[in-house]
Write a protein that binds this ligand. Structure first.
Ligand code: FMN
Length: 203
């Protein structure tokens, strides 16, 4: 499968065949995720691959979303996927941009330039973007193996961390289910190119 085919045929998969994902297949998929770019090549991440059914059940219980009515729903499909990959991120390893003038900085609170006394208050970590970069690779690499994915950010991060023993100072803002998809109809639509592309200047 080439990249354009993978992009065109991918969809979020929430209904699965029960088949396990063989180790060698999973190894190839996470091996490609490893090659994802991150800001300054910091790779401020670690990924927990969960296959254990009980752990998946515990994770599903803390994957919730709130409907417009206010009702909170559990994302049950998470426990049914044979593999769940949880992305962990470390703010102290991620790159930080100082928004004032785009200079690279070490961390919020650091001095803008040695001896100036001016400290960085308006800094932006690339951590979430880096994790999204890895997950985009994971999603497309899975396609080549016939594996479907669903990216899940509706998670109770602190409870995910408690379930998996993730250190308190780490983030765990998203997970991805991996599974062999059951036949499904329908595909999410997209805005038209006209709506999302403009040329030379915003308009
Ligand atoms: C950052 C991010 C977070 C998402 N979180 C959830 C989620 O918590 N639960 C879920 O069922 N789908 C989640 N999705 C999947 C989107 O709903 C889905 O990608 C979108 O509706 C487009 O559908 P498609 O992936 O089938 O093209 C998430 C996707 C992204 C990129």
């Amino acid at each position: 499968m080439n990249v354009s085919e993978a992009i065109k045929t991918r969809r979020s998969v929430r209904h699965y065949r029960p088949d396990a994902i063989p180790d060698d297949v999973l190894g190839r998929v996470v091996g490609l995720m490893r090659l994802a770019p991150s800001s300054r090549n910091r790779q401020p991440w670690k990924f927990v691959v969960v296959r254990d059914k009980t752990t998946r059940e515990h994770l599903a219980a803390v994957c919730t979303y709130r409907r417009r009515s206010g009702e909170v729903r559990i994302q049950r499909f998470v426990e049914e996927a044979p593999v769940v990959v949880v992305a962990c991120g470390f703010e102290d390893q991620a790159n930080v941009f100082y928004k004032g003038d785009g200079r690279l900085a070490i961390a919020p609170g650091a001095e803008v330039a040695a001896g100036t006394g001016e400290t960085i208050t308006d800094a932006q970590s690339t951590l979430l973007v880096d994790l999204a970069s890895a997950f985009s690779h994971l999603m497309l690499a899975a396609m080549e193996e016939g594996i479907g994915t669903c990216w899940v950010m509706g998670v109770d991060e602190e409870r995910v961390k408690a379930i998996l023993g993730i250190p308190a100072d780490a983030r765990a803002p998203m997970l991805m289910t991996l599974s062999y998809p059951a036949p499904e109809t329908g595909r999410a639509t997209r805005k038209s190119l006209d709506e999302i592309i403009c040329h030379e200047r915003f308009g």
